[in-house]
Write a protein that binds this ligand. Structure first.
Ligand code: SF4
Length: 260
């Protein structure tokens, strides 16, 4: 039987703006989007809140692994960085490790976009030559259970795993883009607490922090934050952590990505 994998899509292309913070040109990434996640964020960017009881994203489809390889081959021919994304790619460890190997053997580059819950898998990906990783930290220890839709008893563990994943990867030379969603209820104290943990260890010269402005979605009551207030918060965080590289992502604004 032909091996298949549950996917959302393989055609989307996105710019990796944060490369500029490391003196590199913006890279184009090909989003290889897996259709399952171990988090259940109420605002999920891909409508993944519509899951069945097994955690499968309902809009995902079974696609032959060979078709995913074809997409990777096409991305390589276009000099795109293959980005294993989701859902969350950690839900498919065997397939992603094999695909990462395939990309490297065919002269390509690869990256992950991951919720930070799987440090060991992330390290295995790094050992195969991964060049960058977007690692989410979706709120403070207190809030991550709510923002990620995970049970309270695992929330703090997931927070620590994200920090561990960031530290392990940056220490291995991988460029790490830490990503945090910002809501109207996010406070300066929240962001200072997260900043302190991001800076605790790892190779800071390889770490970038993207603040992602929340855009309201149907079915979620949280509100969009005020951009002026966020800019002030970033300035305040920079006063305490001047070495941090910070970006602000508000993709519907005229300047969708700002560096601080
Ligand atoms: S971690 Fe990402 S893919 Fe998973 S539920 Fe949250 S937003 Fe959706």
């Amino acid at each position: 039987m032909t091996p298949t994998v549950k996917m959302l899509g393989t055609e989307e292309v996105r710019k990796l703006y944060f490369y500029q913070a490391f003196g590199k040109p913006v890279a184009m990434s090909r989003i290889i989007s897996f259709g399952k996640c171990n988090f259940a964020c109420p605002y999920c960017k891909r409508d993944c809140q519509f899951m069945d009881f097994a955690g499968n994203v309902i809009v995902a489809h079974d696609i032959p692994v060979s078709s995913v390889e074809d997409a990777c081959r096409d991305a390589i021919s276009k000099n795109q960085v293959v980005r294993f994304s989701g859902g969350d790619p950690c839900m498919f460890p065997r397939e992603t490790l094999a695909l990462a190997k395939f990309v490297k053997e065919n002269g390509g580059r690869f990256s992950i976009a991951h919720n930070g819950s799987a440090p060991r898998w992330s390290v295995q990906m790094a050992e195969l030559g991964m060049e960058s990783a977007a690692i989410d930290i979706k709120g403070t220890r207190r809030e991550i259970g709510t923002t990620a839709g995970i049970p309270a008893h695992t929330a703090e563990k997931m927070y620590e795993r994200s920090i561990e994943t960031q530290d392990l990867l940056s220490s291995m030379g991988v460029l790490v883009d830490v990503r945090t969603p910002i809501f109207a209820h996010t406070t300066l104290e929240d962001m200072l607490e997260i900043a302190s943990d991001i800076c605790r260890s790892g190779d800071r010269s390889k770490e970038f922090w993207t603040w992602r402005v929340y855009k309201p979605v149907r079915g979620c009551e949280w509100q969009k934050p005020d951009l002026d207030l966020i800019t002030w918060m970033i300035d305040e965080v920079k006063k305490e952590f001047p070495e941090m590289k910070i970006g602000l992502r508000a993709k519907w604004e005229p300047k969708g990505f700002l560096f601080f």
